[in-house]
Write a protein that binds this ligand. Structure first.
Ligand code: SAH
Length: 395
């Protein structure tokens, strides 16, 4: 079936040679009146064929490109082979008995713009972030079930970005059986209970898997402050590695309760303290009491959603980094993170530098931290790199 054509403005075809998968609405000269998410052929102003993708006139990112090969049709075999390739890329990361929670499809990074699929034990959680994916999600879910042998695919399309595509939020079972709540998963041999139906993102911060493990060698007998703890990811690793005390801090009582339970599942004798409230306030209180920790972890939510929030966001990062550094005992460790895509690695390091000057503490970078390998970054789509962090020794 021949799809309709989208014609780009003169000169805008040049960007496509870099194989970036997005075309903004401002680059489009003419487009057909087709339902949001329809497949289209993309042509230059002189009518040269350029690429094939899906189109949504309601979105700033009007086109998401799927192929630059004229002979590659977007048919069932296309989607199935892209899904299979994404799953295949992670073949080494899934280990029954070791790690059973991981991202299987990371959108643009897997040449499947708009589609996120996370595996939790034998259930898949799917997010359709664009109209192009929303239209075919049912079919994708069925193929995913067949390709993985999982028991069900549940949709968690409750991300805010859907509104930018003119889509409403949607949750529900797509195919197979509904995941139990909680789902029990393993990460590096540790057990976690995950609320995939209501938890943040698809239920768990899979992107921090490698960073959690990286801290293990430093945790024996340590007093660890896990700020922005959520369901205890870092705290569970610390407790299981023999931490003397784990202090989980979060504004969500539910998250803290689940963190306690997750630690109990892995280290029943661990000493755990839960601090509920605003981190900016509670970290100041800890400082005022002269509390000291061998390790402080700072993994705040996204502070910067748009360029005009950058300055304020950087102040937020600096504030908590400063407080965090002041709470680390001499020669202790601080692991600080930012998941704001608009804050570059360089910028985050500068903020940490400013905080260390203000704290009057010399700091050394032991490791540059980033998102785990199931969240890869295509060189043609560097925007996919959002998580950055520093493991610092604070002297
Ligand atoms: N480190 C966690 C993920 C952290 S997500 C893990 O590995 O799983 C960010 C967490 O920060 C959420 O649990 C959210 O409830 C919490 N949070 C957001 N704003 C906060 C604030 N001002 N003070 C304390 N916690 C906050």
């Amino acid at each position: 079936m021949m799809s309709e054509r989208v014609i780009l403005l003169r000169g805008k075809e040049r960007a496509l040679h870099n194989r970036h998968p997005w075309v903004f609405s401002g680059a489009i000269a003419r487009a057909p009146q087709v339902p949001p998410g329809s497949l289209v052929e993309v042509h230059a102003d002189d009518s040269t064929w350029l690429a094939r993708g899906y189109y949504n006139r309601h979105s700033q990112i009007a086109l998401r490109l799927l192929t630059w090969e004229p002979s590659e049709a977007i048919d069932d075999a296309f989607w199935q082979s892209r899904l299979q390739a994404a799953i295949q890329r992670r073949a080494g990361l899934y280990h029954p008995g070791q790690t059973t929670a991981l991202r299987l499809v990371y959108a643009e990074s897997d040449a499947l713009p708009g589609l996120i699929v996370d595996r939790y034990d034998n259930w898949l959680i799917l997010q359709a972030l664009t109209a192009g994916i929303d239209r075919i999600k049912q079919q994708l879910a069925e193929w995913l079930l067949a390709l993985t042998g999982c028991r069900g695919v549940y949709e968690r399309s409750d991300a805010d970005v859907r509104s930018q595509e003119g889509l409403r939020q949607m949750n529900g079972l797509l195919v197979g059986s509904q995941p139990p709540n909680p789902v029990r998963v393993l990460e590096h041999g540790l057990t976690f209970e995950v609320d995939t139906l209501h938890g943040h993102k698809t239920g768990f911060y899979l992107d921090q898997r490698e960073n959690r493990r990286l801290l293990v060698p430093y945790c024996a007998d340590a007093r660890v402050l896990n700020a922005f703890a959520y369901t205890g990811g870092f705290g569970v690793y610390a407790a299981a590695a023999g931490a003397r005390e784990v202090v989980n801090l979060d504004s969500s009582a539910d998250a803290l309760a689940r963190a306690e339970r997750n630690i109990a599942l892995n280290a029943p004798d661990a000493s755990v303290t839960s601090l509920e409230g605003d981190a900016f306030t509670l970290l100041r209180e800890l400082r005022a009491r002269g509390e000291q920790f061998d390790m402080v972890i700072l993994d705040p939510p996204k502070f910067v959603f748009s360029r005009n929030q950058l300055e304020q966001g950087l102040r937020g990062y600096k504030d908590i980094l400063l407080l965090g550094m002041q709470l680390v005992r001499p020669d202790g460790l601080l692991a600080g993170f930012s998941c704001s895509g608009l804050v570059s690695r360089e910028l985050y390091q500068k903020v940490a530098f400013g905080a260390s000057l203000d704290a009057g503490r010399q700091a050394r970078i032991l490791a540059q931290l980033s998102q785990s390998q199931d969240h890869p970054v295509l060189l043609t789509f560097p925007e996919a790199a959002y998580l950055k962090g520093l493991l610092l020794r604070i002297e």
